[in-house]
Design a protein around this ligand. Structure first.
Ligand code: PBG
Length: 331
Protein backbone atom coordinates (compact mmCIF):
# COMPACT_ATOMS: atom_id res chain seq x y z
CA UNK A 1 0.00 0.00 0.00
CA UNK A 2 1.15 3.52 -0.80
CA UNK A 3 -0.19 6.66 0.87
CA UNK A 4 -1.10 10.07 -0.45
CA UNK A 5 -1.83 12.34 2.48
CA UNK A 6 -4.14 10.29 4.65
CA UNK A 7 -5.41 8.15 1.78
CA UNK A 8 -3.98 4.70 1.24
CA UNK A 9 -3.88 3.41 -2.28
CA UNK A 10 -2.60 0.40 -4.11
CA UNK A 11 -0.15 0.69 -6.99
CA UNK A 12 -1.34 -1.32 -9.97
CA UNK A 13 0.90 0.31 -12.52
CA UNK A 14 4.11 -1.59 -11.74
CA UNK A 15 2.55 -4.70 -13.31
CA UNK A 16 1.81 -2.72 -16.46
CA UNK A 17 5.19 -1.09 -16.80
CA UNK A 18 6.62 -3.08 -19.72
CA UNK A 19 5.42 -5.51 -22.37
CA UNK A 20 7.36 -8.33 -20.70
CA UNK A 21 5.76 -7.62 -17.33
CA UNK A 22 2.32 -7.38 -18.89
CA UNK A 23 2.79 -10.66 -20.73
CA UNK A 24 4.07 -12.40 -17.64
CA UNK A 25 1.04 -11.33 -15.65
CA UNK A 26 -1.59 -12.10 -18.26
CA UNK A 27 -4.50 -13.99 -16.71
CA UNK A 28 -5.81 -15.01 -20.10
CA UNK A 29 -3.83 -15.74 -23.23
CA UNK A 30 -5.07 -16.63 -26.68
CA UNK A 31 -3.73 -19.79 -28.27
CA UNK A 32 -3.99 -20.56 -31.96
CA UNK A 33 -4.62 -24.21 -31.11
CA UNK A 34 -7.91 -23.25 -29.50
CA UNK A 35 -9.36 -21.84 -32.69
CA UNK A 36 -11.67 -23.74 -35.00
CA UNK A 37 -11.65 -22.60 -38.61
CA UNK A 38 -15.01 -22.69 -40.43
CA UNK A 39 -14.94 -23.40 -44.15
CA UNK A 40 -17.66 -23.19 -46.81
CA UNK A 41 -17.24 -26.00 -49.28
CA UNK A 42 -18.81 -26.40 -52.71
CA UNK A 43 -18.73 -28.85 -55.59
CA UNK A 44 -16.45 -28.57 -58.60
CA UNK A 45 -12.73 -28.04 -58.91
CA UNK A 46 -10.35 -25.11 -58.53
CA UNK A 47 -13.13 -22.91 -57.31
CA UNK A 48 -12.53 -20.15 -54.81
CA UNK A 49 -15.43 -17.71 -54.86
CA UNK A 50 -15.16 -14.70 -52.60
CA UNK A 51 -17.99 -14.07 -50.15
CA UNK A 52 -18.53 -10.34 -50.64
CA UNK A 53 -19.79 -9.66 -47.13
CA UNK A 54 -16.90 -11.56 -45.48
CA UNK A 55 -13.50 -10.21 -46.57
CA UNK A 56 -10.93 -13.00 -46.84
CA UNK A 57 -13.56 -15.78 -46.77
CA UNK A 58 -14.31 -17.97 -49.76
CA UNK A 59 -16.61 -20.71 -50.92
CA UNK A 60 -14.11 -23.33 -51.95
CA UNK A 61 -14.18 -26.55 -53.88
CA UNK A 62 -12.69 -29.45 -51.95
CA UNK A 63 -9.24 -29.18 -53.56
CA UNK A 64 -9.05 -25.48 -52.66
CA UNK A 65 -10.35 -26.17 -49.17
CA UNK A 66 -7.46 -28.59 -48.65
CA UNK A 67 -5.02 -25.86 -49.69
CA UNK A 68 -6.66 -23.57 -47.16
CA UNK A 69 -6.48 -26.30 -44.50
CA UNK A 70 -2.79 -26.70 -45.17
CA UNK A 71 -2.29 -22.98 -44.65
CA UNK A 72 -4.23 -23.13 -41.38
CA UNK A 73 -2.31 -26.16 -40.17
CA UNK A 74 0.97 -24.35 -40.86
CA UNK A 75 0.00 -21.72 -38.28
CA UNK A 76 -1.09 -24.27 -35.70
CA UNK A 77 -4.81 -24.70 -36.32
CA UNK A 78 -6.00 -28.27 -36.34
CA UNK A 79 -9.78 -28.12 -36.16
CA UNK A 80 -12.05 -27.39 -39.08
CA UNK A 81 -15.79 -26.88 -39.21
CA UNK A 82 -17.31 -27.65 -42.62
CA UNK A 83 -20.43 -26.13 -44.11
CA UNK A 84 -21.60 -27.44 -47.44
CA UNK A 85 -23.39 -25.54 -50.15
CA UNK A 86 -24.98 -27.87 -52.73
CA UNK A 87 -25.63 -27.04 -56.36
CA UNK A 88 -29.26 -28.02 -56.01
CA UNK A 89 -31.61 -27.40 -53.14
CA UNK A 90 -35.02 -29.00 -52.60
CA UNK A 91 -37.83 -28.87 -50.05
CA UNK A 92 -36.35 -31.44 -47.65
CA UNK A 93 -32.66 -30.87 -48.34
CA UNK A 94 -31.77 -34.31 -49.73
CA UNK A 95 -28.25 -33.35 -50.77
CA UNK A 96 -27.39 -32.98 -47.08
CA UNK A 97 -26.84 -36.72 -46.65
CA UNK A 98 -25.38 -37.50 -50.04
CA UNK A 99 -21.95 -39.15 -49.78
CA UNK A 100 -20.69 -37.20 -52.79
CA UNK A 101 -21.50 -33.72 -51.52
CA UNK A 102 -18.69 -31.32 -50.66
CA UNK A 103 -18.82 -31.75 -46.86
CA UNK A 104 -18.55 -35.52 -47.02
CA UNK A 105 -15.70 -35.32 -49.54
CA UNK A 106 -13.89 -32.63 -47.52
CA UNK A 107 -14.03 -34.73 -44.40
CA UNK A 108 -12.68 -37.78 -46.20
CA UNK A 109 -9.95 -35.78 -47.90
CA UNK A 110 -8.89 -34.02 -44.69
CA UNK A 111 -8.66 -37.38 -42.93
CA UNK A 112 -6.41 -38.78 -45.65
CA UNK A 113 -4.19 -35.76 -46.13
CA UNK A 114 -4.00 -34.43 -42.58
CA UNK A 115 -4.72 -37.33 -40.24
CA UNK A 116 -3.91 -35.26 -37.14
CA UNK A 117 -6.46 -32.59 -37.99
CA UNK A 118 -9.97 -32.82 -36.64
CA UNK A 119 -13.04 -32.49 -38.82
CA UNK A 120 -16.24 -31.09 -37.40
CA UNK A 121 -19.36 -30.93 -39.57
CA UNK A 122 -22.32 -28.61 -39.33
CA UNK A 123 -25.47 -30.71 -39.30
CA UNK A 124 -28.40 -28.62 -40.46
CA UNK A 125 -30.82 -28.53 -43.36
CA UNK A 126 -30.84 -24.79 -44.11
CA UNK A 127 -27.98 -24.85 -46.61
CA UNK A 128 -29.75 -27.65 -48.50
CA UNK A 129 -33.41 -26.63 -48.46
CA UNK A 130 -34.95 -24.48 -51.17
CA UNK A 131 -36.87 -22.49 -48.52
CA UNK A 132 -33.79 -21.94 -46.35
CA UNK A 133 -35.34 -23.18 -43.12
CA UNK A 134 -33.43 -25.57 -40.86
CA UNK A 135 -35.82 -28.49 -41.27
CA UNK A 136 -38.71 -30.04 -43.11
CA UNK A 137 -41.85 -27.93 -43.43
CA UNK A 138 -45.41 -28.92 -42.67
CA UNK A 139 -47.27 -25.98 -44.12
CA UNK A 140 -45.26 -23.00 -42.96
CA UNK A 141 -44.09 -24.62 -39.72
CA UNK A 142 -40.71 -26.30 -39.39
CA UNK A 143 -41.74 -29.78 -38.30
CA UNK A 144 -39.53 -30.72 -35.34
CA UNK A 145 -40.03 -34.46 -35.21
CA UNK A 146 -40.01 -35.01 -38.98
CA UNK A 147 -36.70 -33.15 -39.14
CA UNK A 148 -34.97 -35.36 -36.56
CA UNK A 149 -34.55 -38.31 -38.90
CA UNK A 150 -33.16 -36.02 -41.64
CA UNK A 151 -30.58 -34.61 -39.24
CA UNK A 152 -29.70 -38.12 -38.05
CA UNK A 153 -29.22 -39.30 -41.65
CA UNK A 154 -27.05 -36.30 -42.40
CA UNK A 155 -24.89 -36.78 -39.31
CA UNK A 156 -24.51 -40.45 -40.15
CA UNK A 157 -23.32 -39.65 -43.67
CA UNK A 158 -20.71 -37.33 -42.16
CA UNK A 159 -19.58 -40.04 -39.74
CA UNK A 160 -19.36 -42.51 -42.61
CA UNK A 161 -17.13 -40.09 -44.49
CA UNK A 162 -14.87 -39.99 -41.43
CA UNK A 163 -15.99 -36.94 -39.42
CA UNK A 164 -14.54 -36.78 -35.93
CA UNK A 165 -17.27 -34.54 -34.58
CA UNK A 166 -20.79 -33.76 -35.81
CA UNK A 167 -22.36 -30.49 -34.77
CA UNK A 168 -26.14 -30.21 -35.05
CA UNK A 169 -27.16 -26.55 -35.41
CA UNK A 170 -30.81 -26.81 -36.45
CA UNK A 171 -32.18 -26.14 -32.94
CA UNK A 172 -34.72 -28.95 -33.19
CA UNK A 173 -35.65 -30.41 -29.80
CA UNK A 174 -34.19 -33.89 -29.38
CA UNK A 175 -31.68 -33.54 -32.23
CA UNK A 176 -28.71 -34.65 -30.14
CA UNK A 177 -30.56 -37.74 -28.90
CA UNK A 178 -31.65 -38.65 -32.44
CA UNK A 179 -28.13 -38.27 -33.79
CA UNK A 180 -26.50 -40.13 -30.89
CA UNK A 181 -28.84 -43.07 -31.38
CA UNK A 182 -28.30 -43.18 -35.15
CA UNK A 183 -24.52 -43.03 -34.77
CA UNK A 184 -24.44 -45.72 -32.09
CA UNK A 185 -26.75 -48.03 -34.05
CA UNK A 186 -24.46 -47.80 -37.05
CA UNK A 187 -21.31 -48.52 -35.06
CA UNK A 188 -20.08 -44.93 -34.83
CA UNK A 189 -20.08 -44.63 -31.06
CA UNK A 190 -16.64 -43.01 -31.23
CA UNK A 191 -17.88 -40.01 -33.19
CA UNK A 192 -18.34 -37.02 -30.90
CA UNK A 193 -21.24 -34.61 -30.82
CA UNK A 194 -20.79 -30.88 -30.44
CA UNK A 195 -24.20 -29.42 -29.61
CA UNK A 196 -24.95 -25.92 -30.80
CA UNK A 197 -26.72 -25.98 -27.47
CA UNK A 198 -27.55 -22.34 -26.90
CA UNK A 199 -28.03 -20.88 -30.34
CA UNK A 200 -29.82 -17.58 -30.51
CA UNK A 201 -31.98 -16.11 -33.27
CA UNK A 202 -29.41 -13.45 -34.10
CA UNK A 203 -29.03 -10.56 -36.50
CA UNK A 204 -25.32 -11.41 -36.63
CA UNK A 205 -25.77 -14.38 -38.98
CA UNK A 206 -26.46 -12.13 -41.96
CA UNK A 207 -23.15 -12.53 -43.83
CA UNK A 208 -23.19 -16.31 -43.29
CA UNK A 209 -26.56 -16.59 -44.96
CA UNK A 210 -25.12 -14.63 -47.81
CA UNK A 211 -22.28 -17.14 -48.03
CA UNK A 212 -24.51 -20.20 -47.72
CA UNK A 213 -27.49 -18.86 -49.65
CA UNK A 214 -29.58 -19.91 -46.65
CA UNK A 215 -31.72 -16.88 -45.90
CA UNK A 216 -35.24 -18.17 -45.17
CA UNK A 217 -37.53 -17.46 -48.12
CA UNK A 218 -40.31 -16.54 -45.68
CA UNK A 219 -40.48 -15.76 -41.97
CA UNK A 220 -37.49 -16.08 -39.67
CA UNK A 221 -35.95 -18.63 -37.31
CA UNK A 222 -37.47 -17.37 -34.10
CA UNK A 223 -39.74 -20.37 -33.65
CA UNK A 224 -36.71 -22.63 -33.20
CA UNK A 225 -33.67 -20.50 -32.28
CA UNK A 226 -33.56 -18.88 -28.84
CA UNK A 227 -34.62 -15.35 -28.00
CA UNK A 228 -31.72 -13.06 -27.03
CA UNK A 229 -33.42 -12.32 -23.71
CA UNK A 230 -32.87 -15.86 -22.39
CA UNK A 231 -30.02 -16.90 -20.11
CA UNK A 232 -31.77 -19.36 -17.80
CA UNK A 233 -33.26 -21.13 -20.79
CA UNK A 234 -29.79 -21.37 -22.33
CA UNK A 235 -28.65 -23.35 -19.28
CA UNK A 236 -31.61 -25.72 -19.72
CA UNK A 237 -30.89 -26.13 -23.44
CA UNK A 238 -27.29 -27.02 -22.59
CA UNK A 239 -28.34 -29.42 -19.86
CA UNK A 240 -30.72 -31.14 -22.27
CA UNK A 241 -27.94 -31.55 -24.85
CA UNK A 242 -25.60 -33.02 -22.24
CA UNK A 243 -28.30 -35.46 -21.10
CA UNK A 244 -28.96 -36.46 -24.71
CA UNK A 245 -25.28 -37.27 -25.17
CA UNK A 246 -23.50 -34.13 -26.37
CA UNK A 247 -19.79 -34.35 -25.64
CA UNK A 248 -19.16 -30.66 -26.22
CA UNK A 249 -21.43 -27.67 -25.88
CA UNK A 250 -21.66 -24.29 -27.59
CA UNK A 251 -22.89 -20.77 -27.11
CA UNK A 252 -23.58 -18.87 -30.34
CA UNK A 253 -23.09 -16.03 -31.16
CA UNK A 254 -20.24 -15.13 -28.82
CA UNK A 255 -19.89 -11.40 -28.39
CA UNK A 256 -23.38 -10.39 -27.38
CA UNK A 257 -23.57 -13.49 -25.17
CA UNK A 258 -20.42 -13.36 -23.05
CA UNK A 259 -22.53 -13.63 -19.89
CA UNK A 260 -24.09 -16.83 -21.24
CA UNK A 261 -20.60 -18.19 -21.96
CA UNK A 262 -19.51 -17.40 -18.39
CA UNK A 263 -22.59 -19.08 -16.90
CA UNK A 264 -22.21 -22.13 -19.10
CA UNK A 265 -18.57 -22.57 -18.14
CA UNK A 266 -19.40 -22.38 -14.45
CA UNK A 267 -22.35 -24.74 -14.70
CA UNK A 268 -20.97 -27.40 -17.04
CA UNK A 269 -17.29 -27.76 -16.20
CA UNK A 270 -17.05 -31.28 -17.59
CA UNK A 271 -18.04 -30.42 -21.16
CA UNK A 272 -15.64 -28.45 -23.35
CA UNK A 273 -17.27 -25.16 -24.11
CA UNK A 274 -17.17 -23.78 -27.64
CA UNK A 275 -18.16 -20.25 -28.57
CA UNK A 276 -18.99 -19.23 -32.13
CA UNK A 277 -17.62 -15.85 -33.14
CA UNK A 278 -20.15 -15.59 -35.96
CA UNK A 279 -20.06 -14.03 -39.40
CA UNK A 280 -21.60 -10.66 -38.46
CA UNK A 281 -19.09 -10.26 -35.66
CA UNK A 282 -16.31 -10.89 -38.15
CA UNK A 283 -17.67 -8.65 -40.89
CA UNK A 284 -18.39 -5.66 -38.70
CA UNK A 285 -14.80 -5.56 -37.50
CA UNK A 286 -13.63 -5.78 -41.10
CA UNK A 287 -16.02 -3.07 -42.21
CA UNK A 288 -14.96 -0.68 -39.47
CA UNK A 289 -11.29 -1.39 -40.13
CA UNK A 290 -11.75 -0.86 -43.88
CA UNK A 291 -13.11 2.57 -43.07
CA UNK A 292 -10.07 3.30 -40.95
CA UNK A 293 -12.20 3.53 -37.81
CA UNK A 294 -10.50 0.77 -35.84
CA UNK A 295 -7.37 -1.32 -36.14
CA UNK A 296 -8.29 -4.74 -37.54
CA UNK A 297 -5.70 -6.79 -35.72
CA UNK A 298 -6.00 -5.12 -32.33
CA UNK A 299 -9.79 -5.14 -32.39
CA UNK A 300 -10.00 -8.76 -33.52
CA UNK A 301 -7.54 -9.99 -30.90
CA UNK A 302 -9.27 -8.02 -28.14
CA UNK A 303 -12.64 -9.53 -29.05
CA UNK A 304 -11.26 -13.05 -29.26
CA UNK A 305 -9.58 -12.57 -25.89
CA UNK A 306 -12.88 -11.44 -24.37
CA UNK A 307 -14.52 -14.66 -25.56
CA UNK A 308 -11.82 -16.74 -23.93
CA UNK A 309 -11.82 -14.66 -20.76
CA UNK A 310 -15.58 -15.21 -20.49
CA UNK A 311 -14.88 -18.94 -20.36
CA UNK A 312 -14.85 -20.42 -23.86
CA UNK A 313 -12.32 -23.22 -24.32
CA UNK A 314 -12.58 -23.34 -28.10
CA UNK A 315 -13.41 -20.43 -30.36
CA UNK A 316 -14.91 -20.97 -33.79
CA UNK A 317 -13.78 -17.96 -35.79
CA UNK A 318 -13.26 -16.78 -39.36
CA UNK A 319 -10.28 -14.87 -37.95
CA UNK A 320 -8.55 -18.17 -37.07
CA UNK A 321 -5.71 -18.04 -39.61
CA UNK A 322 -5.05 -14.31 -39.26
CA UNK A 323 -5.34 -14.38 -35.49
CA UNK A 324 -3.01 -17.38 -35.16
CA UNK A 325 -0.47 -15.48 -37.28
CA UNK A 326 -0.83 -12.31 -35.25
CA UNK A 327 -0.37 -14.21 -32.02
CA UNK A 328 2.78 -15.83 -33.40
CA UNK A 329 4.20 -12.46 -34.49
CA UNK A 330 3.66 -11.10 -31.01
CA UNK A 331 5.27 -14.02 -29.17
C1 PBG B 1 -26.93 -23.25 -39.81
C2 PBG B 1 -25.97 -22.28 -39.27
C3 PBG B 1 -25.98 -20.88 -39.27
C4 PBG B 1 -24.76 -20.46 -38.75
C5 PBG B 1 -24.08 -21.61 -38.40
N1 PBG B 1 -24.85 -22.72 -38.70
C6 PBG B 1 -26.96 -19.93 -39.84
C7 PBG B 1 -28.26 -19.75 -39.23
O1 PBG B 1 -28.66 -20.35 -38.24
O2 PBG B 1 -28.99 -18.95 -39.84
C8 PBG B 1 -24.27 -19.06 -38.61
C9 PBG B 1 -22.81 -18.90 -38.55
C10 PBG B 1 -22.31 -17.52 -38.75
O3 PBG B 1 -23.07 -16.54 -38.81
O4 PBG B 1 -21.09 -17.40 -38.83
N2 PBG B 1 -28.15 -23.31 -39.23
Amino acid sequence: MATEGSIEFRRFRPLRSSEATRQQNAETRLLGTEFVYPMFVINGKNRRDAVPSMPGIYRMSVDEAMREAEKAISVGIDRFLFFGIPDEKDDVGKRAWSPDEAVQRSVAELGTRFPDAQSITDVCMCEYTSHGHCGQLTGRIVDNDATLSLLAKTALSHAEAGADVVAPSAMMDGQVAAIRAALDDAGHSGVNILGYSAKYASAFYGPFRDAAGSTPSFGDRRSYQMAPSQRGEAMEEIEADVREGADYIMVKPALSYLDVIASARAKFPANQLYAYNVSGEYSMIHAAAANGWINLKDAALELLLSIKRAGAQKIITYFAIDAARWIKEKA
